[in-house]
Design a protein around this ligand. Structure first.
Ligand SMILES: Cc1cc2nc3c(=O)[nH]c(=O)nc-3n(C[C@H](O)[C@H](O)[C@H](O)COP(=O)(O)O)c2cc1C
Length: 357
């Protein structure tokens, strides 16, 4: 029975434990560049003992940013600042990961703490794109322009180029952000995709964009390194995307080289409801995909307690757990968890701390 503090190996990469920092947008970049903030934010969580530290949704083109302050990797100039961060994380025993993203129809927004609404042109907002000209709704009133087939190719090229840059920067774990209503999710969900060409309509057509994009990434991301995909496993509305479809999509992603499915849900529509929000509420998705597809999974969502996290791993419902907000509260959560679970010898604070605690 695996334990939260057992190592986890995927391909040539070994995590020192099963605890990962979930990707979290910091909305703190200028022109997409990482700064000292990102070094401290991510670096302190590596020092805190996580096995995996995944950097926030990083846009593959400027149009694919959620907000003007999002991180980006759309040019070679963005690489240098990331080298420093990936190196620091590695030096402190964690595996550095990064999530590549395109916000699609949910792009061009104010930061959450500045209102979370679509920016007007006067506020330096920009034209958004998506599978169909359907606005997300509520505060996100921008109507995306329907992408042409050439534009679909262009965005896939951008994912491939950003993948090469992530490798150059020293990341060892790559995740495609295909959840939360952003571009990939908006293609595979019938709620946001009303196309009539080969990218819309049937299940096969709706998943085509995501499967092709991952395939393009896998071609440049070395076989020896793990490639993960974050999915929304349900839209939580009638007539929306379902876990059964997420299982089928995971099978296709496995075929084109996905090593792990990171199982999230929702955020594809503002109208989602009847979701069982509570501790570990998305774990059943991870459990189902892991069993049905035979692929590694990550569980995420209100995992805050060491005993709870250990139970998820020990019961085989996930290979790793990802924590987001709890890691904001306490970057040393892995250290505390090791004490709680009586695995102090596996807690790995750096020498200047270890001597004292
Ligand atoms: C500040 C913040 C930023 C986030 N940014 C991202 C992101 O960049 N990519 C992503 O896939 N999810 C993002 N999320 C979602 C988290 O990764 C995670 O799935 C979610 O918060 C549930 O986990 P938790 O209950 O441990 O917070 C973000 C969450 C927070 C709180």
């Amino acid at each position: 029975m695996p334990n939260l503090f057992d190592r986890f190996t995927v391909k040539d990469v070994t995590l020192r434990n099963r605890i990962g920092v979930s990707p979290m947008c910091q909305y703190s970049s200028r022109d997409g560049f990482a700064s000292d903030w990102h070094l401290v934010h991510l670096g302190s969580r590596a020092i805190g003992g996580a096995g995996l530290v995944i950097a926030e949704a990083t846009a593959v083109e400027p149009r694919g940013r959620i907000s003007p302050q999002d991180a980006g990797l759309w040019s070679d100039e963005h690489v240098e600042a990331l080298v420093r961060i990936a190196k620091f994380i590695t030096e402190h025993g964690a595996v550095p990961g990064i999530q590549l993203a395109h916000a699609g129809r949910k792009a061009s927004c104010a930061r959450p703490w500045e209102g979370d609404h679509s920016l007007t042109d006067e506020e330096d907002g920009w034209e958004t794109v998506g599978p169909s000209p359907l606005a997300f709704g509520h505060k996100l009133w921008r109507v995306p322009r329907e992408m042409t087939l050439d534009e679909i190719r262009d965005v896939q090229n951008a994912f491939e180029a950003a993948t090469s840059r992530a490798l150059e920067a020293g990341y060892q774990w790559l995740e495609l952000h295909a959840a939360h209503g952003y571009l990939c999710h908006s293609f595979y969900s019938p709620l946001s995709n009303h196309r009539t060409d080969e990218y819309g309509g049937s299940f096969e057509n709706r998943i085509r964009f995501t499967v092709e994009t991952l395939d393009r990434m896998r071609r440049v991301w070395p076989e020896r390194l793990p490639l993960a995909v974050r999915l929304s496993c349900s839209d939580w509305v009638d007539g929306g995307w379902t876990i059964e479809e997420a299982i089928e999509l995971s099978k296709r992603l496995k075929k084109v080289g996905a090593d792990l499915i990171d199982c999230s849900s929702g955020f594809g529509t503002p109208d989602y409801k009847n979701y069982p929000f509570g501790p570990g509420w998305q774990v059943p998705f991870s459990d189902a995909i892991r069993r049905e597809v035979g692929i590694h999974t990550a569980a995420v969502g209100l995992i805050t307690d060491p005993v709870q996290a250990n139970e998820i791993i020990a019961s085989g419902k996930a290979d790793i757990v990802l924590l987001a907000r709890e890691m904001l509260r306490d970057p040393y959560w892995p250290y505390r968890a090791a004490l709680t679970l009586d695995r102090k010898s596996e807690a790995t604070p750096p020498a200047p701390y270890a001597h004292w605690i």
